[in-house]
Design a protein around this ligand. Structure first.
Ligand code: ADP
Ligand code: ZN
Length: 432
């Protein structure tokens, strides 16, 4: 059940000792980059400042803006001819950032993914359909290499082209898939269109859901539609991509691979560490990377450490499902709202379909929120009373959660535009 038993179940004190050595090694490597060379010198810090893991707090944070400002090579820590691969982030919150890998980085990353996939139950003999964009985005190639390393047969389907996805799945009896959660829901409407039942007409047993925030309810909904087990997969391009944290079969949080990443959770306002187990922003230092090591990288992702040991025996701590990014937070009439709060409520209401969109508008000084919600086709035929009833119920439920009354517009299935990449949950038209 373990890909690398010794590493995955390593005694915490041994793991932390290994982290310290890896951290010191990383600092020596990082200092060779333009950015960290300059920063360490200015602040009079370096590897000699670190005697214990807690000394990491002597170092400044690294942010996405730092990466953007030192585009393109300001963070590379090895001669350019040592680099073998470039990837970039998706650019969800602005200009994309680039990351570079040496051959060893790719090998380490591949192994981390193999560890994740094996943990979730994938084996040699599985037929793995990777429905993620291949290219600069890390979700495609990252999983591809990891699955091959396990010995699975990989179908590099790429993103989109739903009918072909379904055909590949059926013709080649795909047993495992990697898919963005919002796309999994969209794909289910194409199964409907083709009058196929994903539970009966495919052989998929395992799905890896990653790349965007989704609620437990959303996972359940997807599992119900497809009849497979869906595992949450977390990563970000700055820390390789997928393979940073992943669910084990117990599915109570994601093990974050602490041999490769040093984890901190901070309060994003005060930038101070929060007590163990409390929610805050995830900050990570890479411990194995050599092409582009990053020190105290602020992910902006909100989560908490689950301090209790996991029943699976792995000693690497777990993080809770990502609640969203700190910069996803909407402020409407002074109230802080996360799109995931809306998703959580909607997914609980019978009749609600697979997609929603939040639109913010401003008239004079008055801000408003409209939530467009896809609901079942049956609501639009015949008696529209049911539709009105459902609308009232949704307004009530949302009001209970976010404390302001949103406008709600109910629309037919699949009428909210859906791209191949990460779902757009919010359109803010308030900016002049
Ligand atoms: P971008 O930051 O531009 O979206 P990436 O492709 O590197 O670029 O995406 C990484 C981000 O995607 C993470 O920081 C996180 O916000 C989000 N993400 C990835 N996997 C998950 C997941 N399983 N749950 C929630 N959010 C996720
Ligand atoms: Zn576990």
């Amino acid at each position: 059940m373990y890909w690398e038993k010794e590493v995955e179940t390593m005694d915490r004190s041994k793991l932390e000792a290994a982290q310290l050595v890896a951290l010191q090694d990383t600092l020596i490597k990082a200092e060779k980059s333009y950015y960290y060379g300059k920063t360490f010198q200015e602040k009079g810090i370096g590897v000699s400042s670190v005697k214990s893991l807690l000394d990491i707090t002597k170092f400044p944070f690294t942010t996405k803006d730092d990466l953007r400002e030192h585009w393109p090579y300001g963070f590379t820590a090895v001669p350019k001819d040592e680099l073998v691969r470039m990837h970039s982030s998706s650019g969800t919150t602005g200009r994309a950032t680039v990351v570079f890998h040496t051959a060893k980085d790719i090998a380490v990353w591949t192994n981390l993914l193999a560890r994740c996939l094996y943990m979730a139950g994938m084996r040699k003999g599985d037929i793995f359909q990777n429905m993620m964009t291949y290219g600069l985005f890390t979700g495609g190639l990252g999983f591809h290499y990891g699955a091959e390393k396990i010995g699975a047969l990989v179908i590099p389907a790429g993103a989109g082209n739903s009918k072909r996805q379904i055909q590949l799945m059926r013709d080649f009896t795909t047993t495992a898939v990697h898919v963005i959660p919002s796309y999994a829901l969209h794909l289910s409407t194409v199964f409907d269109e083709l009058k196929l039942d994903p539970r009966k007409d495919t052989s998929v047993k395992i799905a890896f859901l990653g790349a965007e925030p989704h609620t437990e309810k959303m996972r359940k909904k997807i599992e119900e539609i497809y009849g497979y087990k869906a595992f949450n997969s977390y990563g970000l391009s700055e820390m390789n991509g997928p393979g940073v944290a992943f669910e084990c079969p117990y599915q109570e949080g994601m093990h974050i691979w602490e041999d490769s990443f040093l984890v901190e959770i901070i309060d994003s306002k005060t930038l101070q560490p929060v007590p163990d187990g409390e929610e805050g922003e995830l900050v990570m230092t890479s411990l194995q990377k050599e092409g582009m090591p990053l020190i105290r990288y602020r992910t902006k992702d909100l989560t908490r450490i689950i301090p209790e040991p996991c029943a699976c025996g792995r000693t690497h701590r777990r993080i809770e499902r990502i609640k969203g990014r700190s910069d996803d937070m909407l402020i409407l009439k002074g109230v802080n709202i996360f799109p995931m709060q809306i998703e959580k409520k909607l997914m609980d209401i019978p009749g609600v379909g697979t997609n929603f969109l939040i639109i913010l508008t401003r008239e004079g000084y008055n801000d408003d929120m409209t939530v467009k919600v896809e609901v079942g086709k049956q609501y639009f035929s015949g008696d529209l009373k049911q539709l009105e009833k459902l609308k009232k119920k949704i307004i009530e439920e949302l009001k209970g959660e976010i404390l302001i009354t949103p406008k709600v517009e109910l629309v037919e299935p699949d009428s909210i535009p859906k791209g191949e990449g990460k779902a757009v949950r919010v359109i803010d038209n308030r900016k002049e």
